[in-house]
Ligand binder design. Sequence first.
Ligand SMILES: [Zn+2]
Ligand SMILES: [Zn+2]
Length: 362
Amino acid sequence: MSADDKKKAVLANDRFSQPSLPSLDEIRSSIPKECFEKSLPTSIAYMLWDFALMAFLYKIEPAFELAGYPGMLFWYFLVGMIGFSIFVVGHDCGHGTFSPYQWVNDIFGHVTHGMLFAPYWPWQKTHRAHHTYTSHVHKDWGHPWITEEVFSNFNDINKFYANNVVTSVLRWFFYTIAGITDGSHFYPFSRVFKTNKERVQCAVSGAVCVAWATLAFYYFGSFSQWVKFYVLPVMAQGFWLTMVTYLQHQTDDIQVYEDGTWGYVKGQLQTIDRPYGFGIDQLMHHITDGHVAHHLFFTAIPHYNLMKATAAIQEKLKPHGVYRKENSYDFLWQFATLNRRLEYLVGEGSGLLTYAKSKKED
Ligand SMILES: [Zn+2]
Ligand SMILES: [Zn+2]
């Protein structure tokens, strides 16, 4: 059997590769038209709501301090969560769904991402690559797919970094600053950028981040206060971002494709909607439980319309058994255990990669 015939045989048994699967246009036409309307006032209202919640958390911080380290740990957990909500608003700017005006999106994107030390234009670029090639083994950016071959070359430090949840507080920094694995988002000559325009954008967005960090330094008044009220909250936001991204794209039976077998719709359908409960989905603008809709129509549906679109998508995809949803009220536990269990993908060369079976049975 030739390599091409083998790939065909693999795909014949793949429910995501059936010819009857609705096309992107068919899914789009099942979604109410109003879901695609972008409203600047609505986006601004959500942003101001997030700012108000964040200001409130800073106001009541002394009460958490009374409970010592556990109290502060919980405060950082909450600050990171609302920081991530602000990140989601900036993420809409990057996708062009914050408003119909690009210049407005770029300004608010620099406000919301800059304060979280996330360089807006570089992150917009790598994140777009993630959306354009979701679940493609080599072309999906933002979170690398680890194949058996890559894993076999890992040393103990690599393994510890990839599989232990404790490293997740650092992953956002390593990803954006050091450039593991896509290239630095702060260094204009890193491999992320291909044109001079992109290099200039990198320098501008990086300068905005530094300006925010400097402003915070003067506002909080000393190095220790700056670390306490700026650096650690930024790291807490990075933890939420890492956890949410991981859980939207990782589960035991996730499928990853290669050149020749990957397709846009089936790639996006490897995304998982995960309700976190406790009001967290509402606070984080439904990026958790409306992620499939976001992935399919990332330049078209603003965050406040994701759930209406999700209901329509769910209905449309139900007969095909390809809509993924997992209740994740134990999201911290899920993150920690999946991160340990899902070490590497097998099946490279077959067109379809999955996590190693032996690990699933652990
Ligand atoms: Zn994603
Ligand atoms: Zn996105």
